[in-house]
Design a protein around this ligand. Structure first.
Ligand code: G16
Length: 533
């Protein structure tokens, strides 16, 4: 690293000063014009992370489910997972440095404390369809270059594609986009071979995001093996606007462009950077939907895996462990179904795939999904090795190996998620009715409350209890106790400037009332902005 070059480059990306951005649930996110200096510094950071680990790192410019005027960065570690959590503090320190000298001081401190060798690393960069992407990718590349490292522009990609590419690249495997499509498509073809395709195709809401073009490539690659009709495919307008997985999960109504979809048709929805997936079907003649959320996808994935594991020859040592990881947002009915019927272990972590992913790694097969549709299925190296040993003679082992190839092992991926759901349904010869019949969701409601400073709300116990403001948990407890089979919690969002409220109860009206009452308590205890909910 040349300090003179760094200073010169840094001076082009001064900190706006009046805003303090912090690393949230999945990186930094804000209105796009506030971001250049933060994204530049993330470029510096990921170059240093590459030097520290001696491997390629990644950075995606995206704000995922947020509105189009926002943008952000997701940071990819050499494993393909999200940035190692101990480095989030460095990301915050760099983002907060207020001038050129301050930034250089943090860089030097980081080199020293983390004992980073000098040299040149490589950082792969990608972006979604937001109009602000170009300038921010340039800022990230400038940060990488200022460290004497190499930025590789990978262009327009879904977030999970870049995670996958970084993971493959560091494992010395084929890692170009073509190889990604090849892995997913051939995995799917192997998995569904001999099983009849459903007579009705899948209709996909692509949120007007990057997933549209990528899913089209995948569908073409799979034709005629999988029929998919894509809607909300603009890359010019309407990103996440009344459409997309987040809209479906929060609003529970038909997305834009689906008004004439037949009741019961099999539909799916991606989010803006295609790392979340939910399924849905129209219910009745209005715009109401029946949602098949991340919890239900997790249950279906676990059923598929457990069926296959049961058919393997008995293990000489211990049988493979299967666990499901959820957050407090998981519908209580899904958790009960897992305990009672699947009889596998359930872990609960705070929100954020970085937390779920770590917990899922503790099992031979770790199925993790947030209710919002973000998740994947991880397979341990030991199990994969055993499957390879069994492979040639065992149909179930071959099917499991096809799953390992098809399901993104780096991070939740809506494209590989679609294939996972389609393959699981096809192998069981199920449609949405059979999948829906596994259990009935408890009525629930999610709301968000705008507050002056969301950091005044802090939580414990995997975000199920409020620590501050100190009066708030008592108020929530009273509201919950008064609601039939009530459950509720609140937490500050790590991606939007809001406090989120979740409530569950015996009836929809009771869940709605409970959510509204808790939201009002948040509004009064945490300096809500605007009128109370
Ligand atoms: C990100 C994270 C998810 C998280 C979501 C919402 O998703 O990757 O793990 O569930 O934010 O987080 P919060 O409730 O803190 O706003 P995405 O798809 O927006 O990148």
């Amino acid at each position: 690293m040349d300090l003179g070059t760094l200073k010169e480059s840094c001076s082009q990306y001064s900190n706006p000063g009046n805003v303090k951005l912090t690393y949230g649930t999945a990186g930094f996110r804000a209105e796009a014009s506030l971001l250049p200096s933060t994204v530049y510094r993330c470029g510096l950071l990921m170059a240093m992370r590459a030097l520290k680990t001696g491997a390629v790192t990644g950075l995606v410019v995206t704000a995922s489910h947020n509105p189009v005027e926002d943008n952000g960065v997701k940071l990819v570690d050499p494993t393909g997972y999200m940035l190692e959590q101990t480095w989030e503090a460095w990301a915050n320190k760099l983002a907060a440095a207020d001038d050129v000298d301050g930034t250089c001081t943090v860089v030097q401190e980081l080199f020293q404390v983390e004992d980073i060798p000098y040299g040149s690393g490589t950082v792969m960069l990608a972006h979604d369809t937001r109009p602000s992407a170009d300038g921010l990718v340039k800022a990230a590349a400038a940060g990488v270059a200022a460290m004497g490292s190499l930025p590789i522009a990978c262009g327009l990609l879904t977030t999970p594609q870049l995670h996958w590419m970084v993971r493959q690249c560091n494992a010395g495997l084929k890692h170009k986009e073509k190889a990604y499509f090849e892995a997913l498509a051939t995995g799917f073809a192997r998995l569904v071979s001999g099983h009849t395709a459903p007579s009705e195709g899948l209709i996909v809401d692509c949120a007007n995001g990057v997933g549209a073009g990528k899913l089209q490539v995948l569908a073409d690659r799979l034709a005629p093996g999988m029929a998919a009709e894509l809607r909300n495919t603009s890359t010019e307008a309407g990103l996440n606007d009344a459409c997309g997985a987040d809209f479906l999960q929060k609003e529970r109504r038909l997305p834009a462009g689906f008004q004439h979809v037949p009741a019961g048709a099999r539909c799916a929805s991606l989010d803006g950077d295609a790392d979340r997936l939910v399924y849905f079907r129209r219910q009745g003649s209005g715009d109401e939907v029946h949602l098949f959320d991340g919890d239900r996808i997790a249950v279906l994935a676990a059923l598929l895996v457990m069926d296959l594991l049961k058919s393997l020859p008995p293990a000489e040592q211990r049988p493979p462990t299967v666990g499901i990881v959820q957050t407090a947002y998981a519908n209580g009915a899904s958790t009960e179904y897992i305990h009672e019927n699947l009889k596998c272990e359930v872990r609960v972590t705070p929100t954020g795939v970085k937390h779920l992913h770590t917990a899922a790694e503790e099992f031979d097969v770790g199925v993790y999904f947030e209710a919002n549709g973000h998740g994947t299925v991880l397979f341990s190296a030991a199990l994969v090795q055993r499957l390879h040993e069994l492979g040639a003679d065992s149909g179930p082992a071959k099917a499991l190996l096809a799953l390992v190839d098809m399901v993104n092992q780096a991070v939740g991926d809506a494209l590989s998620g679609v294939l996972l759901v389609e393959a699981a349904l096809r192998r069981k010869n199920w449609g949405l009715p059979e999948w829906a019949a596994l259990y009935t969701d408890l009525p629930s409601r999610q709301l968000k409350v705008k507050v002056a400073d969301r950091s005044v709300v802090t939580t414990s116990d995997a975000e199920t209890r409020v620590v501050t403001p100190s009066c708030l948990q008592h108020l929530i407890d009273s509201a919950v106790n008064a609601a039939p089979s009530g459950r509720a919690f609140v937490r500050p969002s790590g991606t939007e400037d809001v406090v989120r409220v979740y409530a569950e109860a015996a009836t929809q009206a009771a869940a709605d009332d409970l959510a509204r009452l808790v939201a009002r308590h948040v509004h009064s205890a945490a300096a809500g902005v605007g009128p109370p909910p």
